[in-house]
Design a protein around this ligand. Structure first.
Ligand SMILES: NC(=O)c1ccc[n+]([C@@H]2O[C@H](COP(=O)([O-])OP(=O)(O)OC[C@H]3O[C@@H](n4cnc5c(N)ncnc54)[C@H](OP(=O)(O)O)[C@@H]3O)[C@@H](O)[C@H]2O)c1
Length: 264
């Protein structure tokens, strides 16, 4: 069900990172469905092309731009922003969704793995946002949604590097949200628990040794009051809500999507 009209995001040009992944592609599709033009990025050029073709087939009236880019590279980030601004002259909204996950208990952490996760999930996100923020300040409006995680709100076993990177992202969301108010820019985060994507599957697979994947999934779902993990579409819906004018006075939030798991 859509809460929005098909032109709710008309006139918006939205940059979505991690668009080749589960949550990113669902978000791209939903925003395009609601009239937005988008620039989609990820590293996988083939997947970006496929997504663009599928969206153009269903929504031929929208502008769909793609730009493959490794967000860990400063020059690539600059190339991405230049590309998006060249294509449409503006970036009115930003979805910081790209992220990586690696399991590792404290004794197994290496400087390399800590730096890698922090670099993509936090540092690159902040530096990309900084560039888009400078542009949004000239517009005197904008909205940014950072995809953090329940792991950005509480710790869990085997996830020091990932948890720290998402706590950092939530902290960044709080700070920039306050600084950005004066420019009419709203910043929020969404914090999903397990989501049914490649990353979600990887995380579930780290649970319960000597069990099949199906057993692990059942075990995870039995710990969630709603009895199931979240779909990428449900996360996309929350992102779209926070980007929309319907969320006008929602600022610096960390919207949890947990199926009630946070209440246990
Ligand atoms: N799935 C979950 O259970 C879950 C729960 C809470 C939060 N999250 C967060 O939700 C976000 C999306 O995750 P997902 O579940 O949709 O995972 P996914 O399907 O694995 O997608 C991850 C995305 O990040 C992109 N990415 C990774 N490294 C990159 C880099 N160096 N440069 C550019 N893009 C890069 C990937 O692009 P390429 O593959 O094209 O490089 C891909 O599009 C992440 O931030 C994740 O931490 C996920």
């Amino acid at each position: 069900m859509s809460l929005y009209s098909s032109d709710a995001f008309k006139g918006e040009h939205i940059l979505i990172t991690g668009a080749t992944g589960g949550i990113g592609s669902a978000t791209a599709k939903t925003l395009v469905e609601l009239g937005a033009s988008v620039t989609l990025t990820g590293r996988d050029q083939g997947k970006l092309k496929e997504l663009k073709e599928a969206l153009e087939r269903d929504y031929p009236q929208n502008d769909i731009h793609i730009c493959a880019c490794d967000l860990g590279d400063r020059k690539e980030r600059k190339r991405l922003i230049d590309f998006a601004l060249n294509k449409s002259g503006t970036i009115t909204k930003l979805v910081n969704n790209a992220g990586i996950y690696e399991y590792g208990k404290v004794e197994d952490l290496t400087e390399e793995s800590l730096n890698k996760i922090m670099s993509i999930n936090y540092t690159s996100t902040v530096l990309l946002t900084q560039q888009v923020y400078e542009h949004m300040k000239t517009l005197k409006k904008g909205a940014i949604v950072n995809i953090a995680s329940l792991s950005g709100l509480r710790g869990n076993i085997g996830n020091t590097a990932y948890v720290a990177s998402k706590f950092a992202l939530v902290g960044f969301t709080h700070c920039i949200a306050l600084e950005a108010i004066q420019y009419g820019i709203r910043v929020n985060a969404v914090c999903p628990g397990f989501v049914d994507t490649n990353m979600g599957i990887t995380v579930i697979d780290t649970k319960g040794e000597n069990s099949t994947f199906e057993e692990k999934r059942k075990m995870v779902e039995s710990g969630i009051p709603s009895g199931r993990i979240t779909t990428p579409q449900e996360v996309a819906n929350s992102i779209v809500f926070l980007l929309s004018d319907a969320a006008e006075n929602i600022i610096g939030e960390s919207l949890k999507i947990s199926g009630g798991a946070v209440l246990r």
